[in-house]
Design a protein around this ligand. Sequence first.
Ligand code: 5GP
Length: 179
Amino acid sequence: MHQDIVKVLYSKEEIEAHVRKMGAQIAKDYQGEDLILVAVLRGAVMFLADLARAIDGPIEMDFMAVSSYGSSAKSSGVVRIIKDLDTDIKGRNVLIAEDIVDSGLTLKYLLKNLASRQPKSLEVASLLIKEGVQQVNIDCKYPGLVVPNEFVVGYGLDYGERYRNLPYVGILDSTVYKK
Ligand code: 5GP
């Protein structure tokens, strides 16, 4: 275990099992349909890469990057699109792959923005959900693993761009970000 991690919440094997199950369910639900997986950069990249391989069926992938206005520590819900989709999603089935739903404000903005482009369907798969902190109701069709209200890193999630490559999800030692 990395020295800056105080507790591993989900091991590589537990994440793999969860993503595999999610992928199988998605393949079943979208059988005979087209599907575009959309990952929000950069945190959801590992999740998207593994989820895509867990879906036995034809899919496309596209990416968006967003940044929050205001204080960087807390999501304000006012989001700026840094990189937009390359794909026209009108009339297509879209599944957003998110790393973590915390306040839910970022996702709420994204859903509203993408819905205005008139996709055939628009759903959410999240790797992680932070327990009891959502400020808005997010209808997540493929919910993720529950994490406590702590700052977590690994499997794509960073602190200052580090820790994304940890194969597990864990709680970051608070002395690292309170320095
Ligand atoms: P929300 O708008 O739901 O509050 O937060 C959205 C984004 O904040 C997530 O997609 C993620 O990038 C970041 N975030 C929220 N909680 C955590 C956390 O515990 N660890 C890390 N590394 N990022 C987080």
